[in-house]
Design a protein. Sequence first.
Lengths: 210, 622
Amino acid sequence: MRAILEKSNRLLDEPLDMAPRGLLVLATLCLLGAYLFPLWNLTMFAPQYPDGLRMDIYSYKLDGGNKGQDVKEINVLNHYIGMHDLRADDFTEFKWIPFVVGIMGLLFLRAAVLGKMAHVVDVLVLYVYFGLFSLWSFGYKMYSYGHNLSPTASVRVDPFMPPLFGYKKLANFEVYSYPQAGSYALGLAAVLLAASAFVAWRQVRSARAA
Amino acid sequence: MSQKNRGILTWGVLAAVVVAGVLAGRCAPSAPKGRKAPAAASDIAVAAQKTYVAPGDLDEYYLFSSGGHSGQVYVYGVPSMRHLSTIPVYTPYPATGYGFDDESKAMLGNLTWGDAHHPALSETAGDYDGRWLFINDMNGRIARIDLRDFKTKQILGPIPNVSGNHGSSFVTPNTEYALMASRFSIPIPKGSYAPIDKYAEAYRGVLCAIRIDPKSGEMSPAWQILTPPFDWDLGDSGKLASDGWMFWTCYNSERATGKLEVTASQRDRDYIAAVDWKAAEKAVAEGKADTIGGIKVLDPKKVPGIIWLMPCGKSPHGVDVSPDGKYVIGSGKLQGVTTAFNFEKIQTAIRNKDFAGDEEGIPVLKYESIKDAEVPVGLGPLHTQFGPDGWAYTSLFVDSAIAKWKLGTWEVVDKIPVSYSVGHLCAAEGDTVSPDGKYLISLNKLSHGRHLSVGPSQPESSQLIDISEEKMKLLFDAFTEPEPHYAQMIKADKLHPIEVYAKEDNKNPLAIWDVKDAGVTRNGNEVLAKVVLVRSTITPQAIEVQQGDTVKVAITNIEQTTDELHGWGLLDYNINIVCDPGETKVVTFKADKPGVYPYYCTNFCSALHQEMQGYLIVKPRA
């Protein structure tokens, strides 16, 4: 047991080579995607909406297609089933996600500069936790919208779960929900972090073998 | 029976058969001998293909067709000839609430009808620019429709002195002016009295230019020219070679009264007036005009060098300037030829004072010196439109046909029968400097037998003709709303209509955008109700007033979604408002009837449209 711990401590203490540090910097750059591109997109089609109603979710805002009109239209439709209006100020995520992404970036850079294996493992674990928590938060938001329906709504529907990923038929609407460039950039950041750790581990192993 | 008798009988029978045969041959045929063979099945298939616009597909051209004494403009798609929309202009139109809200009611004035004949699309450098559509009204008015939202934005007039505005609206090549003219001369200013036997001296014809603001399209009266009491009929503006000139035809140069079909047909020639509008503009600027009825009027007796008369076959109807501006086409409407006047020759004759005489100080040019050709188009030539490569198309009212001929060679190459009695015709961008060819529409006065019978009020017909090939081919019979006089056809991609009124563009001070701002306020016995329409509620749901109150209802449709129109119909008060998405309309009325009156959404909007309702509650006077 002790031997294992010592071995892992030695590994965590190993200084990083240039390649893993470079990957950390690249991962930091990927985080910018969370500010530049939407994270998620929901698109709904119905016979009377042949061009679809589109909603882009950014890390800090909601953006409707058709110059913002589509979100208003989605709210008009949702009011019939007693759903709450989708409003930017109801999303606490829009405040903390950009902040946390910034912190993550700083931690990535810290790891790149201090350059120990332990730092890479720290940010990787934190980042995966942040990613999973954000996904859960987004999912829970969707769940709440679909389940907290006004009891006096003119159209009563059973509480429902809007699709998180992929396609779902809701009444007369075909709803498509897919991640967008922002999420792919964040995902890529995770891959680069993992790659950084992996490359560093390989280097350590080959150095020992030599 | 003897051999001889049998012989006589045989000969008798034979003779009877021959006589019967000859008589039978003398019977009238069941169809005119000149009638063309019915179209071959292959032609029908081609015509069907050329006009079929599949569901969901869009047409290639917009056709703006005048509605005559319906007072409206009708919009069709070409080549499908589907009716797309009605633009109310001079007549209230409940379908869009036009003529019910304060603004459109004020625009209509006290008139509830107009007679709209000649639409004119705005032009830049002689080509349609897709900004506005102008259309005349016989009641001395002219209207501007904005093609951004297909709505009537201004009705100007009745213009002083103008009586029976028929020779209108024919804009100049950069939409500097629209034209107007008196068809029915009267003593001026309007309202003056003179007995009919003083017609020749005391009644005056008037030609009029309407200025158009190049930015806003706002129209204002510019100036008029006084003429003898001829009946000014139709007009056109010069272009390219003849830019700066306006032309109008007249009948009744006899200055006759009474039974005009006889008295106004005594002379062999009437006139086309040629007006140098830049000279007129200058004369007005130099203060040479008199003010009559509140408008600047130029008297050719006092101010020469503005107007000349071109003799033309008697009782002409249309006058049309060729795309290059070099020819002015006009003809007597009972003739068999149409005359091509050469603009260059008109200028030379004016310069050389080559005059045949004058009409009350207006010089009359010599027919022989200014005409280039008499084109034998056929009987009853009324109007000419143009295609590319110098092709011209002339409608023949009496012949019920359209003739195709060539400018320059003056050769008639084809003729197509139409059903029946064609008046105007309209080719694709056919009165611009660059006509498209392709399609031509024959606007016919009679259509009997061409459609399911709908009783004695028979519809007018508009026939679509393919002019893309050497021979003209009939493609489609459409039965257009009464009464199409003239039409304009513009390539669809030149128009870019909006689909909602953007919230930020709504400048109405009474507009509100939140249901929380809706409600009723009172100031003395004036009540202001600010109303919001949005799926599927009218807010407020009740408006309470006292009998005798003046109620102003400002209604905003706060939708920003295409096609989400809402109405506000108030029963028993004759109020019917329709608001497009993002539009605010205001209606003011006196609540003189006590009781409870429902208002509701008239324009089906949503699944819960029926629930979109409320009450005007009028409390009786104590």
